[in-house]
Design a protein around this ligand. Sequence first.
Ligand code: TYM
Length: 340
Amino acid sequence: TPRVFSGIKPSGDLHLGNYLGAIRRFVPLQETHETIYCVVDMHAITVWQDPEDLKRWTYEIAAAYIAAGVDPAKSIIFNQSQVVEHAELSWIFNCVARMGWMARMTQFKDKAGENSEAVSLGLFAYPSLMAADILLYKATAVPVGDDQKQHLELTRDIAKKFNHDFKKQIKSLGHKGDFFPITDTLATGPAMRVKSLKDGAKKMSKSDASDLSTIYMMDDADLIAKKIKRATTDADALPSEAEGLVGRNEAENLVGIYSALSNRSVEDVLSEFGGQGWGVFKPALADLSVARLSPIAEEMKRLVADRGEMDRILRDGAERARAIAQPIMADVRQIVGFVR
Ligand code: TYM
């Protein structure tokens, strides 16, 4: 069975973008793939994290996976730092990847801003750790939102360069073709880039200055309804065909959210709401959002309250992850020429 790997950073409260772009899609993959879902705490500390917040968010994300339908018996759920091989492989990848590749990453440029001399070295090397996450398990499918596409291209570049640089050693180890697979991005469907509710040109994110721009998974029903009601839109009615959304960022975003939450195509949603105004669509979207998110939030609260159980799940997941990673890492050490 093909293997899936994905991860979320414990660096803030989970929001609707994380749910639609990632978590929601983790669940059905359990039926067709071997699935590994990670809480990437080592990625989180590339920017300053209060240690108490880091812990709280780590539990919260693991709880969100489970509350949304990821089964810890079927899937491997763990936090990255419990499997040290992630750090080991990322170091080797730091020596495979080129400075120029990292410097081109738009997420690095966005986060570093004007002052790229003052950010952590870890932030610069971030994509190399991400490549290690995926390739440590030779995962071939990675469900992520649109914003991670460039990082996955870099993962492919690292795999290709490693396969090429160590061709001879890989062959003498008895491998027929490539050692690391070339990973696919699973980033198709509606809501792969959920936008801010206040600005249809920006993505919804953990760190938006405006309180009303982001729907958090833990928001209560009233707050969700309020945020949707206040969402920025144009004044036109909804179109009855998908083409009518072109150039209408905010409308496209809200219809996309509705489509993803209802598991219906955009066309189907517009066939119901085409011609209607926001006064009709927004309350329907608010009801749907609450119906989908509230039960998950309730279950998350229940789970995070039981730290003993969460620790047990994460430890068990880490053990199972390590069992996959260790033989792959043993091969890597041999390939590179590390003496044991
Ligand atoms: P992170 O923690 O920023 O986001 C977690 C997931 O949520 C998706 N996402 C969105 N999807 C749609 N619309 C949005 N507005 C939106 N905002 C966030 C992200 O695309 C992601 O899927 N580098 C990764 C974490 C990571 C990882 C990995 C992912 C580390 N190693 C290995 C996959 C495989 C990140 O920062 O995600």
